[in-house]
Design a protein around this ligand. Structure first.
Ligand code: SF4
Ligand code: SF4
Length: 513
């Protein structure tokens, strides 16, 4: 952690004046978008990319050198990337990070513990955090995740990981709080605390370009979220944390306060350092400041895998200016944790709380844990809604000639492998021409969907229409009711064992009545 703390003044200068130039300390990789879950809160599993190979990743890590302290190897489901172990070995060899964080849906519980053991053994000086996703208890988890038996796999995976003898392994549980589980949050928290993971974190379901969830109503209302988080905070406070755990819990509590404020105020409550201190590298080689905006700064394949050429480019500066001008806001946990480290009032407060811990004072380092941040500089209350409406505008840019075909193909695959997608809608931009407006709001099947850019579009800026999936939960009055009845689309009659082993189902799907 000391490796990061000394860089904070430089990042503050860098964000304000553009100097000195700094590489990010927190990098998220998504080596594959493929996933064997069918979550109601995520559509990334429909995407297919020309994924970077392990030798290409190796060159990327070489160009990053020792700058990153924290890697998150995300997805899709990261264990569906067959080279996940060599990937972690390569990033460890070149970058020597302090933390390697890997989330998983646990569906490949047969192979995950073995691979985790290999990663831990080959990264002896890094803390390896495996975060198991858990969005409900029993059948509720299966319904939200769209896979029967997922909860059972979670339990098997958790038990098998617990049996590993790896001193640098942290086993965490991670819950996404969405409109589908917010009313059952207490039950979820009780279960999660009951199994005593090394860390427990929650994150709010949000609209993301990466997950293809822009415009989807998955985020709980600010009031319901606040009530759920208050119940979580009560449980955290009851637990007697000692030593380093006091620090991590102080971070968490600050993060939850921050999320409530972002939802209420609709602005960056503390400055975001995505684009300076944190970044994401997508499966295809695109470099993004974060997965919410997913601005393509450039592709690593086009710059000989030299991350610096992208990070210090005029395009990256243009996107940074937008972030600095607060043209976006969100409660993304991964970025928020870095933001909190870069925010001195927050950092001071957390360290102050932790200073009573003798363990902290003697070790001068944090055990890796959750994300966080803190409220501070009384941000103007300019927006009372929780909707991330700025993000919708972000997607309404003029579309490339191949946009329509590419996205329709993705939704077609999604509908065949049936998640919760029922059809395709066209969303028009403000000021769209009458031809485009005449298509808005209708729901199409892939074969009949008009191609965007719309040929008849007369707007001088070009066709800025976009597609959005119609989800099964949008056709019900209440999301909670949907979960209660198990009416989410669910895979029933294909070879479930092969699915759990990582082979994708592409057909034979039906709904639970
Ligand atoms: S949220 Fe669900 S569908 Fe999306 S990557 Fe994670 S497990 Fe897969
Ligand atoms: S505020 Fe959110 S959307 Fe904006 S740059 Fe930061 S992480 Fe990305």
């Amino acid at each position: 952690m000391i490796d990061v703390l000394w860089k904070i003044p430089f990042f503050l200068l860098n964000r304000r004046f553009g100097w000195p130039r700094m590489l990010p300390v927190n990098i998220t990789l998504s080596p594959t978008p493929r996933c064997n879950s069918r979550c109601l809160t995520c559509n990334i599993w429909m995407k297919r990319e020309n994924e970077l190979s392990i030798s290409e990743w190796d060159r990327v890590f070489q160009s990053l050198g020792r700058a990153p302290f924290w890697f998150t190897v995300s997805g899709g489901e990261p264990f569906m990337f067959k080279d996940i172990v060599p990937l972690c070995q390569s990033l460890y060899k070149h970058c020597r990070p302090g933390i390697i964080n890997i989330p998983t849906n646990s569906l490949m519980a047969d192979i995950i513990p073995g691979k985790v053991e290999e990663i831990c053994r080959s990264s002896p000086n890094a803390q390896v955090i495996i975060n198991l996703s858990l969005d409900g208890v029993g059948a509720n988890h299966d319904t939200i995740r769209g896979i029967p038996g997922n909860f059972k796999r979670f339990e098997e995976n958790y038990r098998a990981l617990r049996r590993l003898k790896c001193p640098n392994l942290t086993i965490g549980v991670h819950s996404v709080i969405s409109r589908f589980n917010v009313d059952r949050a207490a039950e979820l928290f009780d279960y999660a605390f009951g199994i005593e993971p090394d860390s427990y974190i929650t994150e709010i379901a949000e609209q993301r370009v990466e997950l293809d969830t822009v415009d989807l109503d998955i985020t709980p209302s600010p009031d319901k979220y606040a009530r759920a988080i208050d119940q979580l905070v009560e449980r955290i406070k009851i637990r007697q944390f000692k030593g380093i755990s006091k620090v991590t819990e102080a971070f968490r509590l600050e993060y939850y306060k921050l999320v409530k404020r972002i939802l209420r105020e609709g602005t960056q409550v503390i400055p975001c350092f995505a684009g300076w201190a944190s970044a994401q590298i997508y499966a295809s080689g695109e470099v993004w400041p974060c997965c919410i905006r997913a601005d393509n700064l450039a592709n690593l394949r086009d710059v000989n895998y030299d991350f610096r050429r992208i990070w210090f480019s005029p395009e990256a500066d243009r996107v940074r200016a937008s972030i600095r001008n607060k043209e976006c806001h969100c409660p993304l946990a991964n970025a928020s944790y870095t933001n909190m480290l870069m925010h001195l009032p927050t950092l001071t407060r957390v360290i102050g709380k932790a200073a009573t811990s003798p363990t902290f004072l003697s070790k001068y380092s944090f055990k890796p844990a959750p994300q966080t941040s803190v409220p501070h500089d009384a941000a103007p209350k300019k927006n009372k809604t929780h909707s991330i409406s700025w993000l919708r505008n972000h997607t309404l840019k003029p579309k490339a000639p191949d946009y329509g075909r590419r996205i329709i193909d993705r939704y077609r695959l999604g509908m065949r492998a049936h998640g919760a997608i029922q059809g395709i809608r066209i969303i028009t931009a403000p000021g769209s021409c009458s031809s485009c407006q005449s298509l808005a709001g209708k729901v199409y099947q892939p074969a009949e969907t008009p191609l965007i850019p719309i040929k008849e579009c007369t707007n001088p800026q070009g066709c800025r229409c976009a597609y959005s999936p119609l989800m099964s939960f949008e056709q019900t009055d209440s999301a909670a009711e949907l979960v209660d009845k198990g009416t989410a689309v669910t895979i029933t009659d294909f070879a479930l064992p092969s699915m759990l082993g990582g082979v994708e189902a592409r057909s034979a799907i039906s709904k639970i009545p």
